[in-house]
Design a protein around this ligand. Sequence first.
Ligand code: PDD
Length: 289
Amino acid sequence: MQMIININGQILPPEKASIPVLDRGFLYGDSIYEVTLTYDKKPFLMKEHLDRLWSSASKIEMHLKYSREDIIREVQKTIDHFGIPRAYIRIIITRGEGEIGLDPNLSDDNNLVIIVKELPENPTWWYEKGVHMIIADLRRLPKKVLDPNLKSGNYLSNVMAHHQAKKVGAFDAILLNMRGYVTEGTTNNIWMVRKDRVITPPLEAGLLEGITRSTLLTIGKKHGIEMVEDNFTADELKSAQEAFLTSSTREIVPITKIDDELIGQGVPGPMYLKLHQIYRDFVRNSLRN
Ligand code: PDD
């Protein structure tokens, strides 16, 4: 796997890239991040990812010494150095290093890390057969514990939910909120189709406002599809006509089984196929502009 890492402007091979152990991202998960990809060497939807990065920073009162232009420039520099058309891009900003202690004022500097690695095409079976998800035992963090609409370095509950899925050979886990409603997957948003309406949980359910989610809501509506944000339970999801997940690097992936139950006929459905085509057309058109 080819990879290069930009640390505070310096491009290094992964084995030479390091940050101080007193970095608060390492000590406390006191960091924020974004993940996008390149299509034809161009980072996709950078404006939207930077908007969310700034929103995450403001939610944890993290001062950013970098401007949006600095980040765009550093991302571009790293991609140009890498030279591979399809790359995964992870932008991480930590609150920096300082004396050990929870007080955020112990550091007034950021560490900026940009990881760029080769992103092989996703396996075709995901899209042709669909994937198996489980309902996680763990619940999604309630907003009053840590706002899920904040993309921070605190992913331990998602890590453990994903681990539960991997132990049974599933693709990923779906997290419910404390009221029993579906929120999202561990790194993706969840959708279902019922009575030909396409439904995804509302932000109030407690989830990350995925950029693919927002894009799909907008472009689906433009194509005359009824796209709504509404709560649903795990049982409602399991008895849906269709289900799928979305994320930047995976686009739209049909879900054909949840726990032991097949979704619909257990194969990718017509609404998934239609929406993925609409999404791919949107990607192609955005690359032209
Ligand atoms: N994850 N929900 C969570 C908890 C996520 O971490 C992500 C993204 C999404 C989908 O968001 P988007 O459509 O903006 O990619 C939803 C990235 C891909 C990651 O952590 O690798």
